[in-house]
Design a protein around this ligand. Structure first.
Ligand SMILES: Cc1cc2nc3c(=O)[nH]c(=O)nc-3n(C[C@H](O)[C@H](O)[C@H](O)COP(=O)(O)OP(=O)(O)OC[C@H]3O[C@@H](n4cnc5c(N)ncnc54)[C@H](O)[C@@H]3O)c2cc1C
Length: 495
């Protein structure tokens, strides 16, 4: 990409890679043979095919690294043997899920082995009596939602990319729009089977709703970004399926006004999701999908409410409608509210919201994942607008207004008449690190945190010490050393 920040980071990484390179051995013929035996031939070592395992969804294609070998184990025992071998030979191992991460977490920075969980993708059990599911870590969200639906149960978290696997979801503590009412993945993970870096297999937690039995290793593994262990099985808590769920779109003449409405909504009712969207990003998404957003205004709140009946949901919409009117929504009365009240309309608006990222991706440098206290979003977004104007860079925002998680997109192109410009903004490579730093400074000033749901991975390491004090970083590094004394599991991530 060539931005100063990433050049510096890349240079630093090159230095780090040289130091670590001397620490790690390469995958030689003997190790390759042993790996082949362990996974019974399910390995990839053709560089062309390994390109698919070199990076994730982070936009910069230069932040990639082709591994020395990709292995596709089919059992926990095979993973244990791989990690024992890696420790003995001092070879780095990078766990990989769906590769949908947005911060380079699954990039095999020092080469070595990519451990892809894609072959471990079964639903092992849906236990209706205990309302729990047990799944293998390579199961994707799409496949899981299908099984849960069949069982007439409900798994609330809905991160925007359904190709993500449970191993990745657990390791990033993924979240998504529905966190306002239901919280993130952490709230639903009750047990894990994990292979530790030296090959021991442990089970932490289980099919119980409560536990007060020593330190919670379960919660330590959740969000550890593949640095403490390889997750192989996951016990997931399920809920009864809501009988009614509808989506409301509220138009506004200004984004600030839309966001300012949110604290009062949260004080009165608990919607499932409250998303804010600036209109700019809608036309390219409509064009991509060939679908129409139901209304036109400068900005929108998209509010999803679920409940036991239609009546309950519509009565919550009335309360919300009154609050929106009071805060200057661009409607004359609650009757003008646009409700996606058929499954098709509901699907269309949700599809448009989910595809904004794909529609603007070709002009994207980076999607940030800053989270601020919910009542500070309006101030944070106002500051984003000032930074955008100061540097003449398009910084569209959308995100989880209900929980303070703002996805500001740093773009290398502008937008004219609803279409992304073909020509890149002059000087974007110099502007990018400055804009990035100013956005993080603003987040810090408003009491925020660098990442709400995507994790730190490779690309946000720079910012973690700016948000978390050195005592906590020291404790985290100590935990990493205790779990992984030879630093073979996903080295070079988080710190
Ligand atoms: C369009 C789009 C929308 C998105 N929307 C959201 C959203 O709303 N909310 C949200 O939270 N995220 C979102 N994401 C980010 C991404 O989907 C999540 O971070 C997801 O959890 C990554 O899962 P994955 O299986 O793809 O993991 P990967 O990208 O493969 O890996 C992520 C991390 O987990 C580790 N890992 C993977 N599997 C294992 C395992 N079995 N054991 C140990 N470590 C493992 C990797 O080493 C890496 O550090 C979005 C991404 C895209 C592209």
């Amino acid at each position: 990409m060539g931005s100063m920040f990433l050049l510096e980071e890349k240079e630093r990484n090159t230095v780090k890679q040289c130091c670590f390179a001397s620490m790690y051995k390469r995958v030689d013929g003997q190790v390759m043979k042993r790996l082949e035996e362990i996974v019974e031939g399910r390995i990839i070592c053709d560089p062309e095919r390994m390109r698919d395992y070199a990076g994730d969804e982070f936009a910069d294609p230069s932040i990639r690294k082709i591994p020395e070998v990709v292995v596709q184990p089919k059992s926990t025992e095979e993973i244990s043997q791989i990690l024992k071998l890696a420790n003995l030979e001092k070879i780095p191992v990078t766990p990989r899920g769906g590769g949908t991460g947005l911060c380079g977490g699954c990039i095999p920075l020092y080469g070595g082995v990519v451990l892809s969980l894609e072959e471990m993708n079964s639903v092992l059990e849906i236990d209706k009596e205990n309302m729990m599911a047990v799944v293998e870590a390579g199961l994707t969200l799409t496949d899981f939602y299908g099984k849960v639906e069949e069982a007439q149960l409900f798994f609330p978290p809905h991160p925007g990319e359904e190709g993500a696997q449970f191993g990745g979801l657990v390791n990033t503590n993924a979240s998504g729009a529905r966190a306002v009412k239901y919280g993130g993945i952490r709230n639903y993970i009750k047990g894990l089977e994990v292979v530790l870096p030296q090959g021991e297999i442990v089970t932490t937690g289980g099919k119980y709703m409560k536990q007060s039995s020593g330190y919670s290793l379960l919660n330590l593994i959740i969000g550890s970004e593949g640095t403490l262990g390889v997750v192989t099985k996951v016990v997931i808590n399920l809920l009864p399926k809501p009988q009614a769920m509808y989506t409301l779109i509220v138009p506004y003449d200004s984004l600030d006004r839309a966001i300012e409405t949110v604290p009062e909504i949260r004080n009165k009712v608990i919607p499932m999701a409250v998303e804010f969207i600036e209109h700019d990003v809608i036309p390219p998404t409509e064009e991509l999908l060939g679908k129409n957003w139901p209304i036109k205004a400068k900005a929108y709140l998209m509010i999803i409410v679920d409940g036991a009946s239609d009546e309950e949901v519509f009565s919550v919409f009335e309360t919300i409608g009154d609050i929106c009117l009071k805060h200057g929504a661009a409607i004359k009365s609650v009757d003008e509210l646009s409700i996606a009240d058929t499954p098709k309309r509901q699907r269309d608006v949700l599809e448009i919201r989910s595809n904004i990222y794909s529609a603007i991706k070709k002009g994207l440098i980076e999607i940030l994942d800053i989270t601020v206290p919910p009542a500070k979003i309006a101030q944070y977004v106002s500051r984003v607008h000032e930074i955008s104007e100061k540097h003449s860079m398009w910084l569209p925002n959308y995100g989880h207004a209900g929980d303070g998680n703002v996805h500001t997109h740093i773009m290398k192109v502008g937008i004219t008449d609803g279409k992304l410009d073909e020509i890149e903004i002059e000087g974007w490579k110099d502007k990018y690190p400055v804009v990035r730093a100013e956005l993080h400074e603003a987040a810090k000033r408003f009491g925020g945190m660098v990442s709400g749901e995507h994790g730190i991975g490779l690309v946000k390491m720079e910012y973690l010490p700016k948000f978390i004090d050195s005592i906590q970083i020291k404790l985290m590094k100590g935990i990493k050393r205790l779990f992984d004394p030879n630093n073979v599991l996903n080295p070079g991530k988080i710190f």
